[in-house]
Design a protein around this ligand. Structure first.
Ligand SMILES: C[S@@+](CC[C@H](N)C(=O)[O-])C[C@H]1O[C@@H](n2cnc3c(N)ncnc32)[C@H](O)[C@@H]1O
Length: 247
């Protein structure tokens, strides 16, 4: 299997909004007007981040790590599409599980609102869109778990996990899910953390998209402070990733 489908399945035009469009979009959301100026961000990641996902997941299959595959923060399903495609072709006995509110981010606590990046409802994408994308590609539908992570995790997690994509963008979401995923990960399982980047290394200023999720690294580093595993950085420009391998 090759990863050429990544380049051809997605529309890689980022359609990055300009500052004034971002500002107007924010205003529209504040006023609860259900419209956004175009262009709105089309993809939740770039091609490099998708390649990272492909290669890390494929490694766990090649190494025969036992357990199922989870996408925690699946949004409209673009990451889940990569995961389901790999699993359907290489390890169809595994089940893919996708988790999301399907109504965007939750109410922010002080730990996230202090970053001044996000607000409740940001990135809302419904389950219908998720399903539509899978049907259009003729891909098997994963198990979807609609709801706040605090309600679906851990109760709806599989007992054993071979690969987890952790992509909740917020400090609180990352902090909540990490211990439950970690506990269920088999030895050799990989956890990939989306938008885990070091602001000291990857300056956000001037980068296309200016995508920021500083709470993700904060929560992840706190969690791993007393763990034997190390989180490594994988370059993907403004969508750089972290990953760890469970010992
Ligand atoms: C960046 S998006 C995920 C992108 C997706 N993994 C991809 O690569 O295409 C983050 C998602 O996490 C979800 N999310 C964040 N915190 C959540 C929480 N506490 N409960 C449920 N969903 C949450 C949001 O609804 C959003 O769809």
């Amino acid at each position: 299997m090759d990863n050429a489908f990544i380049a051809t399945t997605f529309d890689w035009d980022h359609r990055t909004p300009k500052d004034w469009q971002r500002f107007t979009n924010k205003l529209l959301r504040k006023l609860r007007i259900g419209a956004q100026l175009t262009p709105v961000p089309g993809n939740m990641a770039n091609v490099e981040a998708r390649m990272n996902l492909f290669h890390l997941l494929e490694q766990t299959v090649a190494n025969k790590v036992p357990g199922d595959v989870v996408d925690v923060g699946c949004n409209a399903g673009d990451s889940t599409i990569v995961m389901q495609r790999v699993i359907s072709e290489l390890a169809p006995e595994k089940q893919v599980h996708a988790y999301d509110s399907f109504e965007g981010l939750p109410e922010l606590t002080a730990n996230d609102s202090k970053d001044g990046v996000y607000e409740k409802g940001y990135m809302a994408a419904g389950l219908e869109l998720f399903t539509k994308k899978f049907n259009a590609l003729g891909l098997k539908l994963p198990h979807t778990h609609k709801g706040w992570f605090e309600a679906t995790i851990p109760s709806q997690l599989p007992d054993r996990i071979s690969f987890a994509l952790i992509d909740g963008d917020l400090y609180e979401s990352t902090k909540h899910v990490l211990p439950h995923l970690y506990e269920r990960m088999a030895p050799g399982a990989i956890g990939m953390i989306a938008v885990y980047y070091d602001e000291a290394i990857y300056q956000r200023k001037g980068l296309p998209g200016g995508y920021r999720s500083p709470g993700v690294k904060r929560a992840t580093d706190e969690f791993f402070r007393d763990k034997p595993e190390k989180v490594s950085l994988l370059y993907a420009n403004e969508y750089s990733n972290g990953y760890f391998r469970k010992l």
